[in-house]
Design a protein around this ligand. Sequence first.
Ligand code: WT7
Length: 629
Amino acid sequence: MTGTFAVKLEEKRYLPDPRFKATAWTPDYTRAYQEFMRDPDAFWDRIARELVWFGPWDRVREWNHPYAKWFVNGKMNITYNCLDRHVTSERKDKPALVWRGEGGEERRLTYDGLYREVMRFANGLKSLGVGKGDRVCIYMPLVPEQVVAMLACARIGAVHSVVFGGFGPDALAMRINDAEAKVLITADVGYRRGKAVPLREIAKEALTHTPCVEKVVVLRRGTPAVDLDPAREVDYADLCREAAPDCPAETMDAEDPLFILYTSGSTGAPKGIVHSCGGYAVGTYYTARHDFDIKETDVFWCTADPGWITGHSYVVYGPLAVGTTVVIVEGTPDYPDPGVYWHLVQDLGVTIFYTAPTAIRMFMRYGDEWPAKYDLSTLRVLGSVGEPLNPEAFEWYYHHIGGGRCPVVDTWWQTETGMHIITTMIGEAMKPGFAGKPIPGAVVDVVDRQGNPVPPGTGGFLVIREPWPAMLRTVYRNDERYRTYWETIPGCYTAGDLAVKDKEGYIMILGRADDLIIVAGHNIGTAEVESALVSHDAVAEAAVIGKPDPLKGNVIKAFVTLRVGVSPGDGLSAELARHVRKSLGPVAVPAEIEYVDRLPKTRSGKIMRRVLKARELGIDPGDISTLEE
Ligand code: WT7
């Protein structure tokens, strides 16, 4: 079995205003891609030279399948590129971070201000005995100190492992123990929907079975300030106050580890993905600048929490290396009302906005009137990440948020890739439903199980053929697991996604390969069926699973949430079945449709089909530590 299958492709396209192309950092995608393919090492060498290095590299890359080294023997520190480089320039007094809290509170840190805070906290960590190579766990709400903590670790060569503040004690303990973190940095509380989330209490519970943790740094936000346990806990502000102001950046080898990040675990047990300093810095700097086309006056808002890779690469390291103004918001997209994000865009003059399809579909569900209340005219580029941006959601985002004016960059990548791999570069024709083409710098293909390329219109496995600078270096303490990425399909990095190319080389992501349903011998991607359902006016979100069937092997069962104001009246299921049949054919029609109020999702917004399936079949759902409450 080759694992391939036929897919019907959308034809629609949008051409952005030619001015985008004329002024873009990558003004001609095709030429840039050819230049890259002619001499990949020269391409990356040129980009790496835009950053500051303490010592030169001997070779751009060393590829010893499945192990890559980038900028071999080069010396650098990513924070020098995110901070020092800017404070000695006109960017010194430019806002680096603009933070908003749920109640509308605001804090601003200039590049100089951020630089000073990072150095103090870095010295504070040193005073706790943290040094190069030590692991530090960061379990914080989305406040400037979360970013400061990450940068402070990187400054002294400590390896951070950020755990999203929405995780519970078991998930936190598992991550602390796997990484053998010496210090935990947390806060008394985070705020969500007007309520305080007791992070320190959750951390305390986790710490009852994490013998490796020696000290806990607590950021105290609430009044009156909570009492700390003097034996183990240290106040964040005291630590900074007592620390020396200057902390030169530690000299790091390009291949030294920068951080560990546990994958969101939508499939199986979490893996500690290890990223290294040099290649990650180059890859995130380049993609942030070129894929979003960040210019000096932009105000950049990526709505992800730094607890996810999107936050690491496109809230913290990439945008700060570029030297842009980064907006960070502690809160949820529909609290206190579904207009809160658009209010912030208007208020802060956001020009580049990057979010996830799950948020976009939620906004669609609340209705067009919410964005219509605000002036969104500052926006010039929109981004999407995390799941397929189905054509329906693309259209809504493009018209209702972007005013039909802003390119939409649908970026495909993973915790493992560290940086964007596929998108439609600014200025190029956009095709709803397609993420786009490999960025100049990545070699991507759609192949069968043996690694042979499949023709346009035939679905197969998405692979990356060549190493790239920000690729994962290993899975922490599980190198065997690392090797399977490169050994599943001969010679390629297997992403685990299904995809299809069209004749022009645009790639449509069909969903995870493990979310494939085989119905009567036909492979059906869950994403495809879901997209078809969501394209119906009545449907807000959909998740489909395969349900064992004696005749067909599997049949499709769909779980559907309806748009506000729609009820599953007579004939809706038949109507939806007709709708799917029309777009995908009879084989993809759900045998069963169940209407639900909400779908089980990971905290990063991925639908956990595995949970629906387990519930349906009455079996154990496996690890659900990443499930939203
Ligand atoms: C998986 C990686 C990378 C940041 C967020 C998720 C899916 C990601 C897209 C996209 C379709 C996408 C893939 C991928 N995915 N971006 N633009 N279109 N699917 O990181 O948790 O490591 O998940 O997310 O299935 O394999 P992650």
